[in-house]
Design a binder for this molecule. Structure first.
Ligand SMILES: [Zn+2]
Length: 85
């Protein structure tokens, strides 16, 4: 009888520990998640390599038209002008 009581006590402790962990996981999942802000892209926007190494590092970024044959990088804090066809 003592062994059965001991096994039952261990199972109760394991069940309680699992319930606590599942409760923590569910609470973590339901936390508010920040979402990306969407904004419109100007007509004629193209993806071009931006060679402003300090901000865009030669990555393809959206470029808005900035005059004949010129395109301005729209990345925040960049604004680098690139020549295009
Ligand atoms: Zn850029």
């Amino acid at each position: 009888m003592t062994t059965v009581a001991l096994i039952a006590a261990v199972w109760l402790i394991v069940a309680w520990a699992l319930a606590v962990r599942v409760g923590h996981a569910l609470r973590r999942r339901s936390a508010a998640v920040p979402y990306a802000a969407f904004h419109s892209v100007p007509d004629g926007t193209r993806y071009l390599a931006c060679h402003n190494a300090g901000v865009c590092g030669h990555m393809q970024t959206p470029h808005a038209p900035a005059g004949p044959g010129l395109w301005r990088c729209t990345t925040d804090g960049c604004g680098h002008i690139t020549k295009g066809d």
